[in-house]
Ligand binder design. Structure first.
Ligand code: PLP
Length: 375
């Protein structure tokens, strides 16, 4: 296979894809593949239950949290979170939002759209409006972070996929959040990449298509006391409490995506769980940032080193006129999808869980050779 650095949908582990291929027409003697099975039959029920149990084990999800397998993507969660946690509560204080990149900015705007202009406050933004491209290169310092003690919740995106800004030390960062304010996190692009303390959050959500499995599945992990606050007018399918009561099967769930996600969880357990995944991811990120920083300015990553993402690594070439040549050569070398997001330009290498160390080694070797050839 070629090395796919796409930000999402991202590559899946080769082993998982092979297993899917083997079971496509006949899942473990069932006589049909998972795509063709009833979601209420015993085979699929066992697949969904195992997927949830494995995820709980991998992430250490406490018993007082529900795991929901939903649809609609993380974008739907931008609306579904405030509709569930904010819209139905009388005299509710606004929610606090931290804006650290395009995704948290979208989440904030969507909250104002669905719940009204006073439903949320942006308490900190790191947007550098003077920057040429979309300028998000850091997290707010603790002095900039004044979370209101009566906030309905605090929302943040713990890994900004486009800008490559990641919250690496959640304990220190969240230390100043007043007790009683639930923290809601969009973890779409780094969930399962390293240990995270689920008990520190009220709600975690993630689109599946980076570290979990195929697109079409959205994971929500929610503390039970946050359920049941939605207004009666909320469409049933958007109500977390109803989904939880029905084991995410109020209606037909994204069965095939849940099945593949389950295989990814089994793969993670086989390789040694989240701690081993974190070790590999740290090494991949170390190699790539070292190649950028050691290039004498040929490549550049603009992000504050304290919050450089271990999953999404944006970088620019000193001479943007070489971008097209860099990308064409990369493709020839079997390195795909390195073009940066249109809002920031340059390059971006997404090195999610499924990207092996060898893929990053191949990228670094190519970058090094390209820089030398243009020196
Ligand atoms: N949040 C983050 C951090 C993302 O990276 C993305 C997509 O790439 C989204 C939200 C939007 O996700 P979706 O396309 O599943 O709606």
């Amino acid at each position: 296979r070629l090395w796919n650095f796409s930000a999402g949908p991202a590559a899946l582990p080769a082993e998982v894809l092979e297993q899917v291929q083997d079971e496509m027409l006949d899942w473990q003697g069932a006589g049909c593949g998972v795509m063709e099975m009833s979601h209420r039959g015993k085979e699929f029920t066992s697949i969904a239950q195992r997927a949830e149990a494995d995820l709980r084990e991998l992430m250490g999800i406490p018993a007082n949290y529900k795991v929901l397998f939903l649809q609609g993507g993380a974008t739907q969660q931008f609306a579904q979170v405030p509709l569930n946690l904010l819209a139905g509560v009388k005299d509710k204080q606004p929610a606090d939002y931290i804006v650290t990149g395009s995704w948290s900015k979208k989440a904030f705007k969507e909250t104002l759209r669905v719940c009204g202009e006073t439903a949320a406050r942006c308490i900190a933004s790191t947007e550098d409006k003077a920057a040429v491209a979309d300028g998000f290169t850091r997290l707010p310092a603790s002095a900039e972070l004044q979370v209101n003690a009566d906030a309905a919740y605090l929302h943040l995106c713990t890994n900004e996929t486009i800008h490559g800004v990641e919250l690496l030390d959640e304990a220190a960062f969240l230390a100043s959040v007043p007790a009683g304010v639930p923290v809601v996190a969009d973890m779409s692009s780094h969930i399962l990449s390293r240990p995270m303390d689920v008990s520190r959050y009220g709600l975690i959500y993630a689109g599946a298509q980076k570290n979990i499995g195929p697109s079409g599945l959205t994971l929500v992990i929610v503390r039970e006391d946050l359920l049941g606050k939605a207004p009666a007018s909320l469409p049933t399918v958007l109500d977390y409490a109803v989904m939880a009561e029905n084991d995410s099967m109020l209606n037909t769930p994204p069965t095939f995506a849940i099945y593949v996600a389950g295989l990814v969880f089994q793969w993670l357990k086989r390789i040694g769980g989240i701690n081993e995944m974190a070790r590999i991811n740290a090494e991949k990120a170390r190699l790539l940032y070292a190649a950028i920083d050691g290039s004498d300015g040929f490549y550049r990553n603009p992000v504050d080193p304290a919050c450089r993402s271990q999953m999404n690594v944006p970088f620019t070439l000193r001479d943007a006129a070489l971008d097209a040549e860099f990308l064409a050569g990369a493709k020839e070398a079997g390195l795909l999808a390195l073009k940066g997001h249109k809002s920031v330009g340059g390059m971006r290498a997404s090195i999610y869980n499924a990207m092996p160390l060898d893929g990053v080694r191949a990228l670094v070797a190519y970058m090094d050779a390209f820089a030398k050839s243009r020196a």
